[in-house]
Design a protein around this ligand. Structure first.
Ligand SMILES: [Ca+2]
Ligand SMILES: [Ca+2]
Ligand SMILES: [Ca+2]
Length: 320
């Protein structure tokens, strides 16, 4: 006779405390589903409980296929400096065929080139990076991946339009958005994420709480955007001083193989981290220069009371 003992512990703090590979070592047992409650059990194994989208408890070495759905909304300051359509980020990188089909971020995700043929408010502005961080330890990254950003701020999956799905246990997580030449931002509070409901996380809303202080720039129309101007791979924006970003722009321009006469006004065309207004042109000084935007940001920062040109805009993430 088999004795099966169910120990059902439901706790809101379980489920996201560990990341397990998607696998199953079910040495025996079965599952039963009643309404949206599913019990999966096996025999003679360590008891493990997990919670899934609707409601699931499992016992034994069983790892369900966890996922959550999320719709972040975020603006980048760069492509909003001179928007061609009010409230929409410019998509010059896309319209000039400069956006690479391979992500510039660590996962080297790839998309089909047709993703960049969409025009209008859902046209792709650039690649972005999303992280979920642990509720009680914001230094711990639960999951992360490349995603795509539309002109209206929607962060979407790699087909350019679908809701972003992340393989992580439903629960409460901090949401981090990153961009290659803007400062990263994190939700001040953990956000409840599930598979059943797509959670909108609107970083552009001035009422949305972000970690730290002045994590984003407030634009004229009261919406929030990531600060642009970090071109040298650190976590600050600085015009002049100990770790300034502007010399990197000048260096990029002077060292371009096409700039035979070393003009500081030379324009480097293409997808370039130094192109902080994301118009497809990197220019140090001249008709459409990128450098002054950094000085404007430094002087406009709410923390720079004395208007120092050496002020540093520090990225507001927990590791700082
Ligand atoms: Ca959209
Ligand atoms: Ca920097
Ligand atoms: Ca530019």
């Amino acid at each position: 006779m088999k004795y099966l003992k169910f120990i059902v512990l439901l706790c809101s703090s379980i489920g996201f405390s560990q990341i397990l590979e998607r696998s199953s070592l079910d040495s025996g047992g079965a599952s039963s589903t009643v309404s949206n409650l599913q019990l999966i059990y096996s025999i003679g194994e360590t008891n493990i409980q997990e919670r899934s989208g609707s409601f699931q408890v499992s016992e034994g070495f069983i790892t369900p296929n966890f996922k959550i759905k999320i719709s972040p909304i975020v603006f980048l300051q760069g492509p909003l400096v001179n928007p061609s359509s009010a409230g929409l980020m410019n998509d010059a990188l896309r319209s000039n065929n400069y956006i690479p089909t391979t992500s510039p971020y660590a996962d080297n995700a790839t998309v089909d080139a047709s993703v960049f043929t969409v025009t209008g408010s859902n046209a792709i502005v650039d690649w972005v990076w999303i992280e979920l961080r642990q509720e009680n330890d914001t230094l711990k990254i639960v999951t992360s991946r490349s995603a795509l950003l539309q002109r209206d701020g929607d962060v979407v999956a790699l087909d350019g339009s679908s809701t972003l799905v992340l393989n992580v246990a439903p629960g409460n997580h901090h949401v981090v958005m990153k961009h290659r030449n803007h400062l990263s931002v994190m939700s001040a509070n953990p956000i409840t994420l599930s598979e059943a409901t797509t959670t909108i996380v609107n970083f552009t809303d001035s009422m949305f709480s972000t970690f730290g202080s002045n994590a984003q720039v407030q634009l004229a129309n009261n919406v929030m955007a990531l600060w642009t101007g970090n071109v040298n791979g650190d976590d600050i924006i600085q015009y002049s001083g100990t770790n300034p970003d502007v010399p990197s722009i000048l260096s990029e321009v002077l060292n371009d193989s096409g700039n035979f006469l070393n003009f500081p006004t030379y324009v480097v065309n293409g997808y370039n981290i130094h192109d902080i207004n994301m118009d497809g042109k990197t220019q140090y000084t001249g008709t459409e220069p990128d450098s002054p935007l950094i000085l404007q940001n430094i002087l406009a920062h709410p923390g720079n009371f004395l208007n120092f040109s050496t002020y540093q805009i520090q990225e507001q993430l927990p590791e700082n």
